[in-house]
Design a protein around this ligand. Structure first.
Ligand code: ADP
Ligand code: ZN
Length: 615
């Protein structure tokens, strides 16, 4: 069927505007929609927040029959279906949370052809009963969301996804679209292979997330740093704090609460009910901080997460990018903030060496860690490093990361590094960073005297450097692999092979200069952009949204995302036409929410200067 003969004369544009309330397609959404509507398979790689959902939702509305969306998480399905219903789309889901009667009702709707979209968990879809049902319905398309779950090497592998290949034969005439935000080439090839998408048209987008500001701060007192970061830059906003251990996560959450910040822990050690409850609260509340291990991940669809903070170094750039990618899905400014110090390097290296993995696997993990460390130590654009890691070739510095905001100075560290390496060598390659720093600075203590180290030529040759400067140099030399840490023993430092040319004076070394303790975000601070005089209106709109959402048991952003509320603050709509012109307002939402929001604007928005001109 040619794509322009749609149900009821609808076009992609008319649906975009009337149903979803948006003016224009983003990026290649329009082409993807056309491709799928025409009946051609598609593979879509688009970063989080890029707008993947519309790519199959609109074709499902344009094509005859019901669109089937395979989605791995029940929590996610529930919120997506709620959002679609808010927009007036006939959507439902089939999963284990439904009772028999509810399930039958959905099936009846599918058979009767009255559903536009149905979300189904993969294990359910593959049951003979469900396949049989689908065989008797008119199916508009299959959308396979989070398609990287088919990859056995990835972090989110779901065995059921492998069986989705069966759809290719069983429903040979029905177009399929696979979507993911996971970037790399091998995963992409695996998706094509395993889902039999050889004929699919591929849409590979840049993985850049321009609204996320990437920052790395040198670890000091991490709790105080975190608290300052949240209170100064993200007061009253939602965010995720990642920590490595369950213990740390628990304690940090409790500590934040004592400091007056609403925070909840999330880790795999919590029972299922607690995890579900915490995730649910995070989705539904505007200003909750979740302190979590990596267990908190997939299924976080919340668009207004304003920051992701890492208290510990992630294992790889893949994980880091995935985790930070949960910030700012709505396209508004967001921060990715990472604390980093020598202890992180040592800890991560130890985790690799002490794991049960094969030597081949460890080698890969070491490479991944090295790329992560290089990211932390880099003195050029951080985004550039991330994008190059994923195979992109950004041409310019981004202007929205800490190194772009305040380019770090580099210095010729050759001489200092040689002093340090000599000190390591002369003291017998068995002492840790603190001892070596004291040694270089010529601090006399009992141990130095007992070992006779005060007699060495390296004793006190580095008195012109502060503790912090030596600490930074050691960290950088460890990160770059000139020094190894004795992971089995007490963390003593040893020379690596790579140190040789440096010691012999055959190599010059340039490193980042330590800055005076920069207050995090001093220069790179990003605020929500609400002027003081608009704050009462903003808060009133948020409160109204919360109340409406709670009454229906849905997350607030399903009613209106922050972007729409911000537009209301800026434009103060006072008529249906003005309200409809807001991004994210379609016919259904105008009818449901136009009146209460315009009332709130009339009451709370009157104080501000540019709105007092009464009609
Ligand atoms: P993804 O699944 O790729 O992470 P979503 O489909 O959830 O992204 O879309 C992210 C946000 O962008 C949503 O709030 C969505 O409503 C919005 N969005 C998508 N397409 C458009 C568009 N063409 N114009 C305006 N907003 C859009
Ligand atoms: Zn940059």
């Amino acid at each position: 069927m040619p794509y322009f003969e749609h149900k009821n004369g609808m076009t992609p544009e008319s649906i975009l505007q009337a149903t979803f309330g948006f003016d224009a397609f983003r990026g290649r959404q329009r082409t993807i929609i056309e491709t799928l509507t025409r009946g051609t398979d598609a593979l879509v790689l688009m970063p989080t927040g890029g707008g993947k959902s519309l790519c199959y939702q609109i074709p499902a509305l344009l094509r005859p029959g019901c669109g089937v969306v395979v989605s791995p998480l029940i929590a996610l399905m529930v919120d997506q279906v709620a959002a679609l219903r808010q927009a007036g789309v006939a959507a439902a889901y089939l999963n284990s949370s439904l009772g028999t009667a509810e399930q039958r009702a959905v099936e009846q709707q599918m058979l009767a052809g009255t559903l536009d979209l149905v979300y189904i968990a993969p294990e359910r879809l593959l049951q003979p009963r469900c396949l049989d049902l689908l065989g008797r319905c008119e199916i508009a398309l299959f959308a396979i969301d989070e398609a990287h779950c088919v990859s056995q090497w990835g972090h989110d592998f779901r065995p059921e996804y492998l069986q989705l290949a069966a759809l290719a034969e069983r429903f040979a005439d029905t177009p399929r679209i696979a979507l993911t935000a996971t970037a790399d080439g091998p995963t992409r090839r695996e998706i094509v292979e395993r889902l039999r998408l050889h004929e699919a048209r591929q849409f590979i987008h840049s993985f850049d997330r321009p609204n996320i500001c990437y920052r790395v701060a040198e670890r000091g007192d991490s709790r105080a740093q975190l608290l300052r970061f949240i209170t100064e830059e993200h007061a009253n906003e939602a965010g995720i704090v990642y920590g490595l251990s369950r213990n740390k996560v628990e304690q940090t959450a409790a500590w934040l609460c004592r400091q007056g910040i609403a925070a909840l822990p999330y880790h795999a050690g919590l029972d299922h009910a607690a995890r579900t409850a915490h995730q649910r609260r995070f989705a539904r509340e505007d200003a909750l901080v979740v302190v979590a291990t990596v267990a908190f991940g997939m299924g976080i669809d919340k668009p207004d997460v304003r920051f992701v903070a890492h208290l510990d170094l992630p294992a790889s750039i893949e994980s880091y990018y995935q985790e930070t990618g949960r910030a700012g899905r709505d396209g508004r400014p967001a921060n990715a903030w990472l604390l980093y110090g020598l202890a992180d390097v040592v800890q991560r290296r130890r985790m690799i060496e002490q794991s049960e993995s094969s030597e081949a696997r460890k080698r890969i993990e070491r490479h991944k860690l090295d790329a992560m460390l290089a990211y932390c130590e880099i003195s050029s654009c951080r985004r550039g490093h991330l994008l190059r890691y994923f195979g992109e070739r950004p041409q310019t510095a981004c202007g929205n990361c800490d190194t772009c905001h305040a380019p770090p100075e580099t210095w010729d560290a050759t001489e200092a590094a040689r002093k340090l390496l000599s000190a390591v060598y002369r003291t017998g390659q068995r002492f840790g960073a603190q001892y070596l720093i004291a040694h270089l600075r010529g601090e006399r203590d009992a141990r130095a005297a007992r070992f006779g180290h005060t007699q060495l030529s390296t004793f006190g040759i580095g008195a012109d450097f502060s503790h912090r400067q030596w600490g930074s140099l050691i960290r950088q030399l460890v990160a770059c692999g000139y020094l190894d840490v004795d992971l089995a023993g007490y963390g003593g430092l040893r020379l690596d092979e790579r140190a040789r040319p440096l010691l012999r004076g055959e190599q010059v070394l340039h490193l980042r200069r330590v800055r005076k303790a920069q207050r995090p975000g001093e220069r790179t601070k990003r605020r929500a952009g609400i002027a003081a005089e608009d704050a009462p209106l903003w808060e009133a709109l948020r409160a109204l949204r919360k109340q409406l959402a709670a009454a229906q048991g849905v997350p607030g952003y399903v009613i209106f995302p922050d972007t729409t509320l911000l537009e209301m603050v800026a434009r103060r709509p006072a008529s249906d036409a003005e309200f409809l012109a807001l991004s994210g307002v379609g016919q259904k939402k105008l009818a449901a929410y136009g009146a209460p929001f315009m009332q709130a604007i009339a009451i709370h928005g009157a104080g501000s200067a540019d709105t007092v001109d009464q009609k």
